[in-house]
Design a protein around this ligand. Structure first.
Ligand SMILES: Nc1ncnc2c1ncn2[C@@H]1O[C@H](COP(=O)(O)OP(=O)(O)O)[C@@H](O)[C@H]1O
Ligand SMILES: N[C@@H](CCC(=O)OP(=O)(O)O)C(=O)O
Length: 285
């Protein structure tokens, strides 16, 4: 088989999602400045290569929780929302400062499911992304956790990043996680789990392999990454799950090196983004 990873070099519009577990130190929950500094450098370099870059950054709740001094992962919605309000501002302050050092302009976009369901706000969001990318700005996206309710929340940024990819017709989504990619089972719980480096078809077998998170900061685990893969690949984008331990892995992905798990795009001609958001058919299949 031809190495289908070589085409990754030519991807132009790239969405990178980084999870809370990759942005914070596991021992303390504090923000991992070295990691973010490097991420900013790698993303700037992608811009310098003429690529368009969107960053979906989790971490608002984890960073806010550490700032406020909460030891446990919050359960109550109002506490999570308060943490997010504190943490989102702090995260953006760090991104602003670091991107400015590399002469880049970041922008903040906070969304809820409502943004996508409402035809007018979905169109406005798409126009804003297009305008920012045209201006060479790097949009930094997160869920608007402080106002989200059960009815209007995406609940996890894996799904959100895939929806953003579909919205802007991105051609590659990279999910940076605390794990190398997809295994046949959660390797934290099953030592015999085997690594899967390439997925051509997303079927029920995959849904059975992908379990929830085992960490105290992550949301959704591998299950939501498979949901994301379905949306992204149906919309026509390739998706790679890779280990964000060293964020220069983004360069390896772009060079077509065999890192992480690649989910191959297979443009579904009947793809209608709204169907995926409203009916959540991907959860029921
Ligand atoms: N089949 C699987 N393959 C790999 N990881 C899995 C699988 N099932 C569950 N997981 C869990 O998913 C976790 C990654 O998801 P999560 O904690 O939400 O991270 P992130 O914050 O990066 O989104 C892994 O650390 C692992 O424990
Ligand atoms: N919107 C939330 C993150 C939700 C989420 O999906 O988290 P993660 O599993 O760490 O990507 C926050 O910023 O804290």
């Amino acid at each position: 088989m031809i190495n289908s990873r070589l085409t990754l070099k030519d991807k132009k519009r790239i969405v990178v999602k980084i999870g809370s577990s990759s942005l914070t130190h596991p021992a303390t929950g504090s923000i991992n400045l070295m990691k973010i500094e490097k991420l900013v450098r790698v993303l700037t370099d992608l811009r310098n290569q003429g690529k368009e870059v969107i960053l979906v950054s989790s971490g608002a709740i984890a960073v806010g929780r550490e700032t406020i001094g909460l030891k446990e992962k919050p359960k109550a919605k109002s506490v999570k929302q308060a943490c997010a309000a504190v943490g989102q501002a702090r995260l953006m302050m760090v991104y602003q400062k670091l991107f400015a050092e590399y002469n880049q302009v970041p922008a903040q976009i906070l969304m809820t499911k409502d943004t996508m369901i409402n035809n007018i706000s979905r169109k406005n969001a798409r126009n804003t992304f297009e305008e920012l990318l045209k201006l060479g700005v790097i949009p930094i996206v997160n869920e608007n956790d402080t106002v989200s309710t059960d009815e209007i929340e995406f609940g996890d940024n894996d799904t959100l990043s895939a929806i953003v990819t579909a919205l802007v017709h991105g051609d590659l989504l990279i999910l940076l996680s605390d794990i190398d990619g997809l295994y046949t089972d959660d390797p934290h719980k099953n030592k015999n789990a085997k690594f899967i480096d390439f997925v051509e078809v997303i079927d029920n077998g995959l849904n059975e392999m992908a379990k929830d998170t085992a960490t105290s900061v992550g949301t959704g685990g591998m299950a939501t990454k498979i949901v994301a893969a379905k949306i992204a690949t149906d919309s026509g984008a390739d998706m790679v799950i890779a280990n964000g331990e060293d964020v220069s892995i983004i360069n390896d992905v772009m060079e077509g090196n065999n890192v992480g798990t690649l989910f191959k795009a297979h443009k579904n001609k009947d793809f209608v983004l709204l169907d995926y958001i409203k009916t959540e058919q991907y959860n029921k299949e």
